[in-house]
Design a protein around this ligand. Sequence first.
Ligand code: ATP
Ligand code: MG
Length: 791
Amino acid sequence: ERAGGSRLLEGLNPQQRIAVEYRGQALLIVAGAGSGKTSVLTRRVALLLEQREAWPSQILAITFTNKAAAEMRERVQALVGQAAQGMWISTFHSACVRILRREAEHFGFTKNFTIYDSGDQRALLKRIIKELEADAYGFTPSNTSAKISKLKNELSDVESYSRTINTNDPQELVFLQVFRKYTRALADANAFDFDDLISQTVFLFRAFPHVAAQYQQRFRHILVDEYQDTNHAQYSLIRELTRAPEAGTDQLATTRTEGASLTVVGDSDQSIYAFRGADIRNITEFERDFPGAKVVLLEQNYRSTQNILSAANAVISNNFDRKDKKLWTAVGDGEKIVGFTGYSGHDEAQFIADEIEKLRNAGTAYSDIAVFYRTNAQTRALEEIFIRAALPYRIMGGTKFYERAEIKDALAYLVSVANPADIMALRRILNTPKRGIGPATETALASFAENNGVTFREAMRRADALGLGPKVTSAILQLSALLDEAQAALDDAAAADRPTASATAVGDVLSLLMTKSGYLDSLRNSRDPQDEARAENVDELIAVTKEFAKNNPDGGIVDFLTEVSLVAAADDLDDATGSVSLMTLHTAKGLEYDAVFLTGIEEDLLPHRMSANEPGGPAEERRLFYVGITRARKRLYLSLAMTRAQYGETAVAMPSRYLQEIPAELIEWRQSPGNVNGRGGTQSRALNARRAPSSDRWSVRSLPEGASAGDTRFSGGSSKPETAWANRITAKVRDNGDLELVPGDRISHADFGPGRVNAVTGEGAKRIAHVQFESAGAKKLLIKIAPIEKL
Ligand code: ATP
Ligand code: MG
């Protein structure tokens, strides 16, 4: 059968078809949101398999989350069935873990290494900072982990970094010490942190060309989704893998020595991970890096209505230094975007809950609805209202469960068995539950280990040689014996001839550890009411291991721990269907929903106040807004609040500068930011008419590298639409700062009509009037900005 006849090509538009069928060395598919990039990647894989151009084992497809990987695997399976097995479809991290587990021995690690998540990493750094007294130089676990992460993403290690620093700067020297000690501690613990997974794989390939050659020969087709968000380390990994194996490393004379074919898809307008080192240049310079690369542009959007797309196009066109691409759709205009301004975050949440019920009554399933926010703190108001409204919801960001202390404790027990070198895990369980083993004993064990050249774990086995008190000694020996017992159980299972023995054993061993250590009992017998819930969480984890055993009959303890470590934000744990999804804008990438609520479209939230003054910050935040808008298929809601409780206080919020970039006629304001009577559109229109002519934009295009052009436009010149708009809004919202209200006063509210003031609380800008309205009932109003007049 010829490719032309495959049903896999049905329904594709001409560009998509080219992208699926092209058979050169390098292919770049650049296209806006919802144009079928991920779909094309999937079809490409399926076609390669169907046409028998590749074996499944010769394909490596990289996605951004494990969830996306699972989805792609499913889709390929649906298209070509069993042939999909044996393919590597995974995230960068999972693929690297697989490689490292096989090859770790080449550089002094063993294959049961532990993966440190950001919590583990910070705990270790905290210890090191304390030991080195580095806090005196301003170092904290959070700023050092960020700096180390950045270095690793740039493929710097201690050696290369040490050559770049200014040796007269004590602060740099101290940081170098922290970095060195941290690196050594990881190696001693047979552990990698998250960033290591990528960078160490690159180092491995560079140091051992014959190892690299195996993978270069194996993978004939490499495909990468969301390429705009790859960082330097990931980019280098791809380069290593697509290289032709070096002469002399080719073990089989018959093997081809050509490099793998590479397909990447991406959208530079959706690059939202610059803060993690993602580099847009990876996409813009693809043609230079891979000479002869074919570039395919997709312009038809299959996801959203024209109104939604027009809004997205209008917003993103305010970013400079980008290739203009216009998305269009055959779907039709659809509904207008709905805008809403609440008086507070709760008011906003109430509106959302009400609208969700309306959508649901009109036939949209809860699972087709999503609510996005910029910061996690915004979920509080949403959750409170959703719970009150009995709206089923789930928060995507599955890592939360694994971040709980009791889950970390339970996992530390498993890690102590799987990787006895992991001293962090051992130290965590040493006195958890309480066994009377204090810090002095811990130090004694550590020095015994060092003085006798044995591991910490071995020191525990020999605790009676330490001259400690009998109670402490026996506590250590008991724990040590329990870990040995667990190890023996796992070894038995591995040796057993039953197919699922290893996988089942993980759950059994976890039960054993949690019971015999007394950990579960200590929670169940505690008087702290929270501990009952903690015990339930541990039970839940045991249930997770059973589930794992079912899905991975060949998996062992290390596989289980790997899976747990690699849970990413968009990988929800439970497949709760029938609930509304809540998530951050970052997590939303790649997903789509019938109805989308974008909340908190305010200055300080979007753009986030941390990035508003960073070079390139507001442009990146605009891309985040663009990502959010383009997730919606049919209905899009943009909401904000006039006041927002944040960082422990309630502050007046300003509409986001990005709102006015959407043509007014696309939005139907239910309650507008400028005018609670719903005429806010007028002023936005007026401002749109005053926007800088395109010739102005042109001149800004030639800004020097690094300048954030999108924002320069507003920092100089005569027309400053953003500030002007914001000022007008405040003026409209009014500042009643000097309005003196006392109990008994009668007032009139623009929406609620006449009412009587019962009490006034708070001070200054935060004075709140408690008002009994004649028809609207009791309300609390922030006097400064409420649309009220004294009668
Ligand atoms: P994003 O940039 O958000 O990651 P994307 O470019 O990867 O988007 P997809 O998720 O692949 O886009 O596709 C968006 C939607 O359009 C999906 O629901 C997909 O099934 C649908 N789609 C893609 N191509 C076609 C087509 N040729 N005909 C019909 N529907 C299509
Ligand atoms: Mg996609």
